[in-house]
Design a binder for this molecule. Structure first.
Ligand code: ATP
Ligand code: MG
Length: 499
C-alpha cells in the first residue's frame, strides 16, 4: 500500500506529551489514511490513550503538530475534533447512566434534537442505531440498566449515528465484549473502512490485530517502536516489539492436584435456570458465557453482592455460606475481582489506599495501621505483576487503564483469598501483564486456593482452567475437563451448535 500521492488524512508530527515527570508520548510520528485500519498496539501505559486524546481534542496542550490533509491544526476541545469528523469511542465509557439510550444519543448531538425532532422519532432513530451494532433493546431503556457490554454497544451506536465521520477511533472497544459480540463489532469496523473512513483501533488482542489491521504501530514508553503493514509483521515480532523481550506465558501443565470440595453450589437459581457445581481446593474452574449467561451474576451472588442470600444452596467447606455483604464474604476468605475497573478502582484515592482497601484489617493493630508492612506488601505484589505506577502515593486515576485493572487484582491478592472469584481479570491488560496475572493465579491455585474464573476470552479459559462450565441463561449447558476442550469446542457450546 502506498500513499505517496496524497497527504495523509491526519498526521502527527513529532508529538510529545508530558504529565509531570511522565513522558507519555515522545516525538511520535503517525500517518492515518482513508480506507485503512491502523492498529495501535503496546503495553499498558505505553501512551496509546494519550495519543488518541490528542487526536480527539481531549488534550490540547502538547508539543508538536497535528495536520489534516497536510495543514496544521489544533483541536481546542472534543467538539472541534468532532466538527472535523473525528469520532471517538473511549476506553472508559462516557454515557450518562441515569438517562435513557435516546437521551444519551440526543445529548451527544449537543441537545439540538430536543426541540426539533419529535421524541418518538428520536427514539426510533436511537433504536435503529442500536440495531445497527447488533443491540436489540428499547431505546427508552435507562443506560444504568444495561450490562457493560451493552453500554459499549450504545456508545458505538451513538458515535456512528452522528454521521460525518472521517476518522473513527476505538480505544479497546471489545475488552468488555465476549467473542461473539466482538465479531459483530469487528464487522462494523470493516464496514467503516469499506466506506472510506480512516480507523484507529487500539487492542491487546492478537486475533483482532490479525483480522483488522492494514497497518500497525507499536508504542513502548511513549515512543514509536515500529510502523508496518500487516504483511510485514509476524506475531512473534509484534509481541516482542510490544514487550521489548520474549513473552513468558505457558499453558497450565498436566492435571493439577485437585483437593477436597471447598465450595458446593446446589440448584442455585440463576437467571432462567439453576446451577450446581463443586469447586475444589487448588482448582481453577472456568465459566464461559455470552451476554445474558448470568456468569457475572453468579460471581456477585457468591460474593454477597447478589440478589438474595440463599444459605441452603451454597456451602463453603461444608458449612452453609450466605454472605449478606462483600465484607462478610471477605471475612470468610472469598474475594472478587470485578469486571468494571471504573467501579473497582477509586480514582481519587492513592494507589496504596486502593490496594489495601479490602485488607485493612490485616494491617491494623490496636487501631493503628502498620504503614511499613502495608507498603512492603503492596510493593511486592505490584512488582510481581509489573504494576505501572509512578509511586504508591499517586492517584489511582492517573494510571493507564490496564494498570488500574492490575491494581484491582493486587487488592484481591492482598486479602489472601481461599476462594478467588475473577470476573474477566485480563480485560484490557497487555500480553505481558496477562502472562503475569496468569502466573499469579496458577501460583495461588498451587498453594491450595480455589479459583472461579469467568472470562470473555476463550483462549484464557483454555490456558488456565482445569475444568470449564459453559453457561447459557443461568444453566450449565456444557462441562468439560482439561484436555477435552479447546476454543472451538467452547464456542460451539456457547452458540448451541454442539451437543
Ligand atoms: N492525567 C494523567 N496524569 C498523569 N499521568 C498520566 C495521565 N494520563 C496518563 N498518564 C500516564 O501516561 C502514560 C501513558 O498512559 P496511557 O493511558 O496513554 O497508556 P495506554 O497505552 O493507553 O495504556 P493501557 O493499555 O493500560 O490503556 C502512563 O504512564 C500513565 O500513567
Ligand atoms: Mg489506554
Amino acid at each position: 500500500m502506498s500513499h505517496d500521492a496524497s497527504p495523509a488524512l491526519f498526521e502527527l508530527r513529532s508529538v510529545t506529551k508530558t504529565f509531570g515527570a511522565t513522558r507519555a508520548l515522545d516525538s511520535v510520528n503517525l500517518e492515518l489514511h482513508a480506507g485503512e485500519v491502523h492498529v495501535l498496539a503496546g503495553g499498558n501505559g505505553a501512551g496509546k490513550s494519550t495519543l488518541i486524546k490528542i487526536l480527539s481534542g481531549a488534550i490540547s496542550d502538547y508539543q508538536g503538530e497535528l495536520c489534516a490533509r497536510g495543514l496544521p491544526l489544533r483541536f481546542a476541545d472534543p467538539g472541534a475534533a468532532r466538527r472535523h469528523g473525528v469520532l471517538t469511542i473511549h476506553q472508559e465509557l462516557s454515557l450518562v447512566p441515569t438517562l435513557s439510550i435516546t437521551d444519551n444519543v440526543l445529548l451527544a448531538q449537543g441537545g439540538r434534537g430536543w426541540s426539533f425532532v419529535s421524541r418518538r422519532r428520536a427514539s426510533q432513530q436511537a433504536a435503529q442505531a442500536c440495531l445497527g451494532v447488533g443491540l436489540d433493546v428499547s431505546a427508552e431503556t435507562l443506560v444504568e440498566a444495561l450490562s457493560i457490554s451493552d453500554r459499549q454497544l450504545v456508545e458505538i451506536a451513538r458515535a456512528l449515528h452522528m454521521g460525518g465521520a472521517r476518522l473513527v477511533i476505538f480505544d479497546e472497544p471489545t475488552s468488555a465484549l465476549s467473542d461473539v459480540e466482538s465479531r459483530r463489532l469487528l464487522d462494523r469496523v470493516e464496514q467503516l473502512r469499506a466506506s472510506g473512513c480512516a480507523v484507529v483501533y487500539i487492542t491487546h488482542r492478537m486475533h483482532e490485530i490479525r483480522r483488522l489491521a492494514d497497518r500497525i504501530t507499536v508504542l513502548r514508553d511513549g515512543q514509536v517502536v515500529l510502523t508496518r503493514t500487516r504483511d510485514e509483521l509476524d506475531d512473534g515480532e509484534l509481541v516482542r516489539a510490544m514487550l521489548g523481550h520474549d513473552p513468558s506465558d505457558q499453558v497450565r501443565s498436566g492435571p493439577a492436584h485437585v483437593g477436597r470440595p471447598r465450595l458446593t453450589v446446589r440448584e442455585l437459581p440463576l437467571g432462567d435456570g439453576r446451577v450446581s457445581f463443586e469447586l475444589h481446593e487448588g482448582e481453577i474452574l472456568g465459566l464461559a458465557g455470552l451476554m445474558g449467561s448470568f456468569a457475572a451474576a453468579l460471581l456477585l451472588e457468591l460474593f454477597g453482592a447478589g440478589a438474595a442470600a440463599r444459605a441452603e444452596r451454597v456451602q463453603l467447606e461444608g458449612r452453609p455460606f450466605a454472605p449478606r455483604s462483600p465484607g462478610e464474604a471477605l471475612a470468610h476468605g472469598v474475594a472478587l475481582l470485578a469486571s468494571d475497573r471504573s467501579e473497582s478502582v477509586i480514582a481519587s484515592l492513592s494507589v496504596l489506599a486502593n490496594a489495601t482497601l479490602s485488607s485493612l484489617r490485616a494491617y491494623t493493630r490496636l487501631g493503628f495501621v502498620s504503614g511499613a508492612r502495608e507498603r512492603a506488601d503492596v510493593q511486592l505484589h505490584g512488582a510481581r505483576i509489573a504494576l505501572g505506577a509512578p509511586s504508591l502515593a499517586a492517584d489511582a486515576g492517573t494510571l493507564s487503564g490496564g494498570n488500574q485493572q492490575k491494581l484491582a487484582l493486587v487488592r484481591c491478592l492482598l486479602t489472601r483469598p481461599r476462594v478467588l472469584l475473577l470476573d474477566d481479570p485480563t480485560r484490557g491488560v497487555d500480553v505481558g501483564a496477562r502472562a503475569e496475572v496468569h502466573e499469579r493465579v496458577r501460583e495461588l491455585a498451587q498453594q491450595g486456593a480455589s479459583v472461579l474464573l469467568f472470562s470473555s476470552d476463550l483462549d484464557e479459559l483454555c490456558e488456565l482452567c482445569d475444568r470449564v462450565l459453559c453457561l447459557r441463561r443461568g444453566s450449565v449447558v456444557f462441562e468439560s475437563r482439561r484436555g477435552d476442550f479447546d476454543r472451538e469446542r467452547l464456542l460451539r457450546a456457547l452458540l448451541g451448535t454442539s451437543a
